[in-house]
Design a binder for this molecule. Structure first.
Ligand SMILES: *[C@@H]1O[C@H](CO)[C@@H](O)[C@H](O)[C@H]1NC(C)=O
Ligand SMILES: *[C@@H]1O[C@H](CO)[C@@H](O)[C@H](O)[C@H]1NC(C)=O
Ligand SMILES: *[C@@H]1O[C@H](CO)[C@@H](O)[C@H](O)[C@H]1NC(C)=O
Length: 659
């Protein structure tokens, strides 16, 4: 058999090898180094004199296999359970490039002559990959990203059944039991690591656990996946390793391996004796012998190149440097890298600008790899104070989920800048439709749907979530429209952020003139009732097509004055947006106008709660009869005065009020 080396052992147990067969015909073996191991090797695989199993070398496009040369019985349910662990290391040829990886394999055959190297791991080829007739179970340690198999990155662990498109995969890492958090591992770091793979045939769960070699087994697996191997595995199977290199290469080594069958096999399979494992070759010691002169030359050149490279690297690092503090680790899932956001927004180019608000600029972006469209709000943050509270709140906000809220996907923090990442809304903001020339006119049914959607979002924030969230800046420019013209309330949390970041000598301006309830101006306290006020003004705008403050016929007018005037004349619907051309449902128009007035009453006690508002809109309740009806002026100081709206005020407000 060309290229195939068979090594046999005399059936004596050496200290480095314990081969035992239990009464139930379960197999258990431990190799602390492979000198004495009985292995079927092919391709680039070889066992060094010190017992180190080398799978691939640094040649490109090679494959390698190392298998126990006889079949193991997996014919009874209990023998299907197994636990295995091995120590491995991956040495890249050059630091930046590496490939492909190592896989632990259960296979019905040891003949992989038809399989290809590279991304196929020496297991499949383009026509066999994915076929259920393969009957192959593998756990891959993959250091390259193969887009065709949907690989998540170039440093992951995956569980494969008949297919290199993994059933599940996760970036290499481990749970650190001392620090109680996940830490990343770089597979191709040339550092030895240990992996544990456990399958229980009763629970039908595969667990994969990884850790740097020398650390105890972490208490939490890296990957845990329900999979029923009795549907995959044949009665007898070969067990071993497959490995390959691609257009770039790494040397792949296995230092020791333990395997045991049966339930409760775990304890036995953890028995690698680290002190007996073979040592790895000294990485980089292969450099040719150089004459003293050329050595000096090489060192000098290297020094110059290194300093240039270092300078470039530092500049590059600085460009993408972020601020990450220890306490932020727990929110890591919601944190984006500055580099990705920079790429997504093409470097925060003005061309990608979606809008500019009081708190910062909003850019459009497309996330690298996934092409998901996002909106990134960049907020300058002058002081470090309050950042922690802010991030806590962002983490909180990230958990808010409602069909009428713009989903907050995460954030990023870099020096004085904070970035909030939201879902991108194709149709932009409501104010553009109400006031901008050239935008299509919103029909009444669209407007009514927007009013209801906005109310629904506020019911959720005020009453349905685990904490009371006061939005504090409800207005048309914060109401975004999705592809189906549904209202999505955005920008929560930003007002709070502004508090933390603003210069203490400057007046805190939170919220927007025209939408601020009078008591907010007086007392500076944001409540759900102040949100209801802003909601009232917003729905009046939707119905009237008028901004809250306008200058008509030499006079300042508030939108409430305007509706009030019409109402007192007994023709409230005259306040409706002329752009509708009278094309609306009369009852709905009256309802929205009156509701807007009810919500924007100066006294917070007189305003309804958002849940009641929703009932009025759904027709489940009727507006209070005592509420002024048209024809007689019972609304003396009904609307906040124009002056009041511009009075400066200071706010010590609360965004989230505990229930
Ligand atoms: C790697 O292994 C292959 C297959 O055994 C062999 O042909 C090649 O010469 C080796 N390359 C190096 C760099 O050792
Ligand atoms: C897999 O991990 C889970 C969670 O730690 C554990 O409950 C379960 O017993 C493990 N199963 C096996 C087969 O190791
Ligand atoms: C696993 O698959 C086998 C064969 O199809 C079946 O008999 C068994 O009930 C399955 N086990 C579970 C837990 O689904």
């Amino acid at each position: 058999m060309p290229g195939v080396k068979l090594r046999f052992v005399i059936a004596i147990s050496f200290w480095s090898l314990a081969l035992t067969t239990s009464t139930k015909n379960f197999k258990q073996f431990t190799y602390n180094g492979f000198q004495q191991a009985e292995l079927h090797l092919d391709g680039g695989a070889t066992v060094h004199s010190n017992g180190l199993l080398q799978l691939t070398n640094t040649s490109n496009q090679v494959k390698a296999h190392a298998f126990v040369p006889h079949r193991l019985n997996f014919d009874s349910p209990s023998s299907l359970s197994f636990s295995t662990t091995f120590a491995f290391a991956m040495f890249p040829e050059i630091q930046a490039a590496c490939g492909q990886g190592i896989a632990f394999v259960l296979s019905p055959s040891m003949d992989f002559s038809q399989a290809t190297a590279g991304q196929f791991f020496g297991l499949f080829n383009s026509s066999t990959n994915g076929k259920s007739s393969n009957r192959i179970f593998a756990v891959e340690l993959d250091s390259m990203q193969s887009i065709e198999f949907g690989d998540i990155d170039n440093n992951h662990v995956g569980i494969d059944v008949n297919d290199l498109r993994s059933m599940a995969s996760v970036t290499a890492g481990y749970f650190n039991d001392v620090e109680k958090r996940n830490k990343r591992l770089n597979l191709n770091s040339a550092k030895p690591m240990q992996i544990w793979i456990d399958y229980d045939s009763v629970d039908t769960v595969v667990n994969v656990t990884l850790a740097p070699l020398g650390l105890p087994r972490p208490s939490k697996p890296l990957l845990s996946l329900p999979v029923n191997l009795s549907e995959v595995v044949r009665d007898t199977m070969y067990v071993g390793f497959s490995s390959s290199t691609s257009a770039s290469a790494s040397s792949h080594y296995v230092l020791g391996w333990s395997f045991s069958q049966g339930r409760q096999a775990q304890a036995q399979a953890q028995t690698l004796d680290l002190s007996k494992l073979p040592s790895l070759p000294d990485f980089g010691s292969k450099s040719r012998k150089l004459s003293r002169v050329s050595m000096v030359f090489v060192i000098l050149t290297a020094a110059v190149l290194t300093s240039i490279a270092l300078g470039m690297y530092l500049r590059w690092r600085k460009k993408f440097e972020e601020t990450l503090e220890d306490w932020e680790q727990q929110y890591i899932l919601q944190r984006f890298s500055y580099k990705d956001l920079y790429k997504a927004t093409k470097g925060f180019k003005d061309k990608e600008l979606l809008g500019m608000g009081g708190f910062g600029k909003v850019y459009k972006g497309k996330l690298p790899y996934t092409n998901v469209e996002i909106a990134v709000k960049k907020v300058s943050h002058s002081s470090g104070q309050g950042v922690r509270e802010f991030v806590t709140e962002i983490a909180c906000m990230g958990r808010l989920r409602h069909r009428n809220l713009v989903q907050l996907r995460g954030y990023c923090r870099r020096k004085g800048d904070l970035f909030l990442v939201y879902d991108y809304m194709v149709n932009g903001s409501l104010d553009k439709y109400l006031y901008e020339e050239g935008k299509p006119n919103l029909s009444w049914s669209e407007r009514f749907k927007i009013v209801k959607g906005l109310a629904s979002a506020l019911v959720y924030l005020h009453e349905e979530w685990e904490q009371v969230v006061v939005h504090r800046d409800v207005k048309p420019s914060n109401v975004l429209l999705d592809a189906n013209m549904n209202a999505r309330l955005g920008d929560f949390g930003v007002a709070r952020l502004y508090d933390h970041g603003s210069n203490p000598h400057k007046t805190h301006i939170v919220g927007t003139c025209g939408y601020l309830a009078p008591e907010l101006i007086r007392k500076g306290r944001a409540t759900t009732a102040t949100d209801v006020f802003s909601f009232g003004i917003t729905v009046l705008e939707v119905a009237c097509g008028r901004s809250p403050l306008s200058f008509v016929g030499g006079q300042d007018y508030t939108v409430t004055d305007w509706v009030n005037d019409c109402w007192m004349r007994g023709v409230i619907v005259e306040a409706s947006d002329p752009r509708l051309g009278g094309d609306y449902v009369l009852e709905e128009m009256k309802l929205v106008l009156k509701l807007g007035m009810l919500c924007s009453q100066p006294s917070p006690e007189a305003r309804p709660k958002m849940r009641q508002v929703m009932q009025f809109l759904d027709g489940d309740a009727t507006l209070p009869v005592t509420f002024p009806s048209g024809g007689n002026n019972t609304l003396p100081s009904f609307s906040p005065s124009y002056e009041a709206m511009f009075t400066s005020y200071s706010i010590d407000s609360v965004l989230i009020v505990g229930r």
